[in-house]
Design a protein around this ligand. Structure first.
Ligand SMILES: [Zn+2]
Length: 181
């Protein structure tokens, strides 16, 4: 009987990764839309809530939700890592390391809400790098520098070299079929 992690990185890798990437892409797009609302449309920060946040403002204003999403991202990237080999693994691992730090920042924010007082004497919950970069830009950057290595990792995962492909146990490769001809 295969473990869940084995299945996730074997027969289920392709479908589970596709689902995960759709969620990641949608979340990243929301951050892009929010930046557009502030910088191009000049909406007030509190009103700039992306697309889903227009209908459900609590999605944007709940620190617990941001924290939960950061954890889901971290667990997701970690859970799918064993299925990645070669260059794809290097890039996916880079995304995992960056997301680990991003998640620490969210844990700090969430901790301030739970503790009922803020760090650094700030009016709002504030994370470490947020001392240097405002929150909107910071999390746009965080999501981008996690997203880009994930995309590069996905590219190498979908188009592995022949030696890399020989170590893969999933059906993600778009190259395997052409190799057999
Ligand atoms: Zn795969």
């Amino acid at each position: 009987m295969k473990s869940l992690i084995e299945k996730l990185n074997g027969p289920w890798h392709k479908r589970a990764l596709q689902t995960f990437m759709v969620i990641v892409l949608a979340h990243w797009a929301e951050h892009l839309v929010q930046a557009y609302q502030v910088y191009v449309l000049h909406w007030p920060m509190h009103e700039a809530r992306g697309v889903l946040g227009q209908a459900f403002p609590w999605l944007v204003h709940s620190e617990a939700l941001h924290y939960s999403y950061a954890v889901i991202m971290l667990v997701g990237i970690w859970a799918f890592l064993p299925g990645f080999v070669g260059r794809a693994r290097t890039w996916w691992l880079a995304a995992l390391v960056i997301q680990f730090w991003h998640h620490i920042e969210h844990a700090l924010l969430q901790g301030q809400v739970i503790a009922g007082h803020t760090l650094f004497g700030a009016a709002q919950p504030t994370s470490i790098i947020q001392l240097f970069v405002p929150r909107l830009e910071l999390h746009l950057v965080y999501n981008t520098i996690v997203f880009v290595p994930m995309m590069i990792g996905m590219y190498y995962h979908l188009f592995p070299s022949a030696p890399e492909a020989s170590h893969m146990h999933c059906t993600c490769s778009l190259r395997l079929h052409s190799l057999t001809t």
